[in-house]
Design a protein around this ligand. Sequence first.
Ligand code: ZN
Length: 197
Amino acid sequence: MNALPLLAGAIALALSACSPSPAPDSTTAPAADTAPLATDDASEPALDAGAIDDPVATPVPMDADSRAADVAGCATILTSNDAMQFDADAIVIPASCASFTIHLTHVGTLPIGAMGHNVVIARAADMPAIVADGMAATPRHIKPGDTRVIAHTDMIGGGGSTSVTFDVALVREGGPYRFFCSFPGHLARMQGSLQVQ
Ligand code: ZN
């Protein structure tokens, strides 16, 4: 009987002894190779290999498979980073919610002009035009008065956070709907499905 707590304690100690050690190779990204990548293509924001290995950016789990955002009540938290990623590619809004809030955090360190992120909600078919029309609309990258935009957060840079609350009735029917970042060049990597279930 007495052995169980001791055993559990020993396991906890063993786990805690293992977990804090960061991968030693996370700091060995070859910085010398990354600089030329950004110079010859002005249409692509600089995304060097070093950013992906950035220890600040890596704690966010970024699975290749579909990952639904954790929803608590009628809200969720989306995390973004310097590697041009959201930590989820699906948001499922409970049908019982009248309104829904998306909190966006940016765990990177790059400034808004280099790696800005926002969350825009719109019909999937409207995404390309919203991004194209918002290209020149710095710093928010949403054309003022764009009626195709159902809801959007502010644009934030590294270390920032923001949120948006919207009426769920706006996305109950007429989809499919998507959430995405409207910063130029980010749409391909930063988008996901949004549905009411
Ligand atoms: Zn972005």
